[in-house]
Design a protein around this ligand. Structure first.
Ligand SMILES: Nc1ncnc2c1ncn2[C@@H]1O[C@H](COP(=O)(O)OP(=O)(O)OP(=O)(O)O)[C@@H](O)[C@H]1O
Length: 567
């Protein structure tokens, strides 16, 4: 393969680029690589009353026949760890807050049991197969979905829609997507033909409900993907409106599931408003995904960034050109929409095929940028945070944080665009003086992931940081500081903690099913009878071991959702 880029010197100005080129060279880009989805000794924490045992396989999870056939069509042999744990919980009718690393298969973890639940008729009637279609009523102008999946960006909504359609193939169910930036007409036509599962961004959904084109009164399943983002300050009012003021069945009636790779404690507290006697599952500590991601940090001055980037890309390109591999897909994150365009033009002027995705581009431009990136036509994509969450582009080999984000959560999600589904990847970040507030979080994350930590990062992390804090605000109030831990287990929230486990705020429990998969004993106590059997109240916890440390949980920091083109 030819290398690209025509200028910039290509010397060794960037320490470590040789290593990087070698590492990229070793990624088997374009091939399957070594997929290590289920080969990890993964720590798991489950808390909540009567959690069902994890399923050994898709069949054991009790998925409907038609759904199992679709799983096989997708080529999934075994469930990923988060799927093993989440599927039985959803199938048992329980609410769920699930925290699992990027690229670990969370989409299927909620889609499969939800689709299965929609296919299977309620006890006492119907044939099951195709139940949704018959129940729907034809050409009703008010669409009444039975399942709603909310996602923060249009591209992510489109991606979940694709996945859900695959899992619903030949089930008779209809999956419809609704997101902003495109004329409503086609989406309304689609809805009029009936909908069982609706995937939507919040803004477009509110609009459609207010125009009385969608009714939420029949919602049985509510899923929030990237839930901590959805409940961050930017989206929370819209979410509250959708859930509390638009006729959706109340939480004890519907089933609610929240998924993300990061869950700051304060966001968990907010999220619990939407959940009924839920189970909290966290699968994998830092490193179970990020083990697959080689993280590198370069200390630079703002004025040096472009030169460093060019050097990096040239080295990478040259490394790949010497092999038979395709040019690696490289995602470059910047802070602003203006910088995204400016950097794209700069890269193009240097001979690098680059595109850009951000909130000021039309939806058509955004979609075509993503398409040309995925296909390798423009193997470099410059992006704002609009591309940081959920997007599953196979073979992204390198994520470059040209500008670091404000919060460590955003960093975790950004680097998670590589190292997906068991494949390896590289993440390089340009750290400048102004990123001082992020130093502590980066240090903790890289230490957890057993990465080499540069001396200067330790110094920055230990130095007091005044002003410009990305840590003030919501997330810090939660205490505990690590987003993979059930906030209910923190004494800050009024839960007593003793050696034998935890007792709830509102009462005591017996026979609960708390367990930890490592060393902890498993007790599957509790009923599988679904929501009707629960009398409310808190949770019981069986594991006395301190929870493992997960992603540092600082606040999301993004307050202006339109700033980077969300929704
Ligand atoms: N059981 C499975 N076997 C093989 N591949 C799988 C399985 N489940 C999911 N995948 C693949 O893994 C990839 C990542 O899945 P997915 O996008 O759901 O990750 P995620 O956990 O939602 O990540 P993120 O936190 O970034 O949103 C997808 O390409 C998906 O097709």
């Amino acid at each position: 393969m030819a290398s690209y880029g025509s200028s910039g010197g290509g010397g060794d100005r960037v320490p470590g680029v040789g290593v990087l080129a070698e590492a990229v060279d070793g990624l088997e880009i374009g091939g399957d690589g070594e997929r290590r989805l289920d080969k990890y000794d993964i720590p798991v924490e489950v808390s909540g009353e009567g959690a069902p045992a994890p399923a050994d396989g898709f069949e054991a999870a009790g998925l409907a026949e038609a759904v199992l056939r679709n799983v096989a069509r997708c080529g999934y042999d075994n469930p990923t760890p988060v799927q093993r744990y989440a599927m039985p919980i959803v199938m048992a009718g329980r609410d769920l807050m699930a925290c699992a690393q990027t690229g670990s298969g969370k989409t299927a973890a909620f889609c499969l049991p939800v689709v299965s639940g929609l296919v299977v008729p309620p006890a006492g009637g119907g044939s099951g197969y195709g139940y949704g279609r018959r129940d729907r009523g034809s050409f009703d102008r008010v669409a009444k979905p039975r399942a709603l999946v909310l996602a923060p960006t249009r591209e992510l909504a489109a991606q979940i829609n694709e996945e859900a359609r695959k899992f619903s193939f030949q089930t008779g169910l209809r999956v419809v997507v609704a997101y902003g930036g495109t004329p409503m007409y086609n989406q309304l036509r689609d809805l009029e033909r009936g909908v069982d599962l609706l995937v939507a961004t919040p803004g477009r959904l509110v609009d459609m409900v207010e125009r009385s084109r969608i009714s939420l009164e029949g919602i049985k399943y509510l899923v929030m993907d990237e839930a901590d983002r959805m409940l961050d300050m930017g989206f929370e009012p819209q979410i509250r409106k959708i859930v509390d003021m638009m006729n959706m069945p109340k939480k004890s009636v519907r089933q609610t599931m929240l998924f993300s790779a990061t869950f700051p404690p304060e966001i968990q507290r907010l999220a619990s408003d939407f959940l009924y006697n839920y189970i909290f599952v966290t699968v994998g500590r830092v490193g179970s995904s990020t083990d697959l991601i080689e993280q590198k940090l370069e200390f630079v001055n703002d004025g040096e960034k472009r030169g460093f980037l060019i050097d990096l890309l040239q080295k990478q390109s040259a490394g790949v050109a010497n092999s038979k591999l395709q040019q690696p897909l490289t995602l470059v994150f910047v802070e602003t929409k203006r910088e995204a365009d400016s950097l794209r033009y700069f890269l193009q002027s240097k001979g690098f095929p680059a595109t850009a995705i951000h909130g000021d581009r039309t939806q058509q431009e955004r979609e075509s940028a993503l398409k040309s990136f995925k296909s390798g036509t423009t193997p470099i994509m410059v992006a704002t945070d609009v591309a940081s969450r959920g997007l599953d582009v196979p073979n992204v080999a390198h994520v470059i944080n040209y500008d670091l984000p404000k919060s460590i959560e955003d960093y975790v999600h950004r680097i998670g665009r590589t190292g997906r589904a068991g494949k390896a990847g590289i993440a390089t970040a340009f750290f400048t003086e102004s990123n001082h507030p992020l130093a502590k979080g980066l240090l903790e994350l890289m230490t957890e992931a057993k990465r080499d930590v540069p001396e200067w990062l330790v110094e920055y992390a230990n130095r007091p940081c005044y002003g410009g804090s990305s840590y003030g605000g919501r997330g810090r109030r939660g205490g505990g500081g690590f987003g993979g831990r059930d906030y209910r287990r923190s004494s800050d929230y009024g839960y007593g903690v003793d050696d034998s486990g935890y007792s709830s705020r509102g009462g005591s429990y017996s026979g609960g099913g708390g367990y930890s998969s490592r060393g902890g004993s498993y007790s599957a106590g509790g009923s599988r009878g679904g929501r009707a059997n629960y009398s409310g109240g808190g949770a019981s916890y069986g594991s006395s071991a301190p929870p493992p440390r997960y992603y540092p949980s600082y606040p999301m920091g993004t307050t202006d959702i339109s700033a980077s083109g969300w929704d």
